[in-house]
Design a protein around this ligand. Structure first.
Ligand code: PAF
Length: 282
């Protein structure tokens, strides 16, 4: 695996690959890689000749500087994992390489509405950071395709919209949620879960599954289902951010005639904010 810290070096190599008509995939990450990320690399390898993984913890998408500083940086371990997974290039720029003109005056990419609801409502500015850094990564790598996990469902929908609205010639591939044996969605945030919380945090996924079962058996009172699920989570001692049934394409509140519904949830443990989602197609 070749590691690039600079944009020019990476571009030179990728231009060479393009001259051989090699198909290029991008897997954008913030590092601290787990099996869920490696599954994205695996997925990328299925349909491309060259896989580029980026590791960059962009301050723009963190509401609090403290969270950005504390985000786990595990570069050496990440490199080992990426090599074992067969990743071709790792792009690992620093802040100056990515935001050469300074963060405060960085041009931003906005994707209104979709970024204001759900996680966007409790993390103002977060998605603006994501759309901006992902746009930069798309322009730097110019991949044929990019792989994003369904775990961050709202992020996936926002990126699809970004690509559509700004005409990026990038095919967005979604990769299924990778789960622990009890069903907990893998996340870099899971290391914040304390030992006493760990057996109980599965309540988030269980509550989403419970809603899906009720919908499948004909109960379309989404508001009541959401409230009941929130109560179940609170009973386990966790604060709920949201539990919402949405139209899977545009994240509007679910309607009775929707063909695909995604039930999304976010809850707080003592030190983490966990998210998960389950979709149903009719
Ligand atoms: O999902 C993530 O890890 C980040 O939001 C991303 C897409 C790498 C942008 O920083």
């Amino acid at each position: 695996m070749q590691i690039y810290n600079g944009i020019n070096g990476l571009r030179t190599s990728l231009n060479n690959d393009r001259s051989y008509k090699r198909r290029i995939s991008l897997v954008p990450t913030m590092g601290n890689l787990h099996d869920g990320h490696l599954a994205l690399i695996e997925r990328a390898k299925e349909t491309s000749d060259v896989v580029v993984c980026s590791i960059f913890v962009s301050a723009l998408q963190f509401n609090l500087n403290k969270d950005w500083e504390q985000y786990p940086r595990t570069f050496d371990k990440d490199c080992e994992k990426l090599r074992a997974a067969g990743c071709d290039y790792l792009f690992h720029p620093n802040e100056i390489e990515m935001y050469a003109n300074g963060l405060d005056t960085q041009t931003k990419v906005l994707c209104p509405y979709l970024t204001d609801v759900l996680c966007g409502a409790s993390r103002p500015g977060h998605f603006e950071g994501v759309t901006t850094v992902v746009s930069k990564l798309f322009n730097i790598v110019q991949p044929d395709e990019a792989v994003f996990g369904v775990k961050d469902y709202q992020q996936l929908i926002v990126i699809k919209r970004l690509v559509d609205d700004l005409c990026f010639p990038v095919n967005i591939i979604s990769a299924p949620i990778h789960r622990e044996s009890d069903g907990l969605a893998m996340s870099s945030r899971n290391w914040h879960i304390t030992d006493d919380e760990r057996p109980k945090v599965i309540i988030l996924k269980q509550s989403l599954d419970w809603i899906v079962e009720r919908i499948q058996s004909g109960n379309l009172d989404f508001f009541e289902l959401e409230n009941e699920a929130k109560a179940r989570i609170k009973k386990q001692g966790f604060d709920v951010d949201y539990i919402t049934c949405c139209n899977s394409e545009n994240l509007d509140s679910a309607a009775n005639d929707d063909k695909k519904i995604t039930v999304l949830g976010a809850m707080y443990t003592k030190k983490a904010r966990l998210i998960d989602n389950v979709s149903i197609t009719f």
